[in-house]
Ligand binder design. Structure first.
Ligand SMILES: [Fe+2]
Ligand SMILES: [Fe+2]
Length: 217
């Protein structure tokens, strides 16, 4: 099987973007709020609020990290190509499992589903509409149609279950489809489109891809 060995290393500098999320602190613990259920409810409510604040901060931090990683990964086409490599690497881990490793297979399929979902959203909400605007409608429609078959493989793998006899064969076919699709994007469609953009338009597409990826992370 052809595996991709190319590594896109990015010169990652640590992002200094950080935002204080300390506003969620509960105030005076002696004050009774409208949600107070009794004298002992204060600490419980405080703990619940703190939990929400921590959850929000963790999620925001994760998104900020994802965005930071993307923001320094380069232009939109380099971001998307790096995501192709990440997805193909997950496929390779899936192909290295056997039918006894059902938990690992489930986890890897979840990870792949999330990665492909985010990736497809960025392409379908930004890049393919921009391709159509640049008169590359046939390519955009073909690529978007293939995303449908990518979702179909995810559906079929979930339906078959991780201990199924056909699981590995399905993953192998699925990987081949994604590799072919990514190759068409990276080698044909995206370079032609990028050549038609001026610097400002190119920066705009990068910004929109980053923004979409942030909310999908
Ligand atoms: Fe795609
Ligand atoms: Fe793609």
């Amino acid at each position: 099987m052809a595996t991709r060995t190319g590594s896109r290393t990015s010169n990652r500098s640590t992002s200094t973007r950080s935002r204080s999320t300390n506003q969620g602190r509960s105030s005076d613990s002696n004050s009774r709020s409208a949600f107070s259920f009794g004298d002992n409810a204060g600490p419980l409510l405080g703990a619940a609020l703190a939990g929400v604040a921590i959850g929000f901060a963790a999620n925001f931090g994760r998104k900020a990290l994802m965005q930071g990683m993307e923001a320094i990964a380069g232009d939109w086409d380099e971001i998307l190509a790096a995501e192709h490599d990440m997805a193909l690497a997950i496929f390779d881990k899936m192909l290295a499992t056997d039918e006894t490793q059902t938990f690992k297979r489930k986890m890897l399929l979840m990870k792949l589903t999330h990665a492909l979902d985010k990736h497809a959203h960025q392409e379908e909400m930004v890049v393919y509409p921009a391709l159509r605007e640049a008169n590359q409608t046939t390519d955009a429609d073909q690529l978007e149609g293939e995303h449908g078959y990518i979702k179909t493989y995810i559906y079929e793998l979930n339906e078959a279950g991780p201990d199924s006899d056909i699981w590995l064969e399905k993953v192998r076919e699925f990987r081949a489809l994604v590799a072919r699709h990514a190759h068409m994007e990276e080698e044909e469609v995206f370079p032609a489109f990028k050549n038609s953009l001026d610097d400002e338009q190119n920066a705009r597409v990068t910004s929109l891809v980053n923004r979409d990826g942030f909310w999908m992370a």
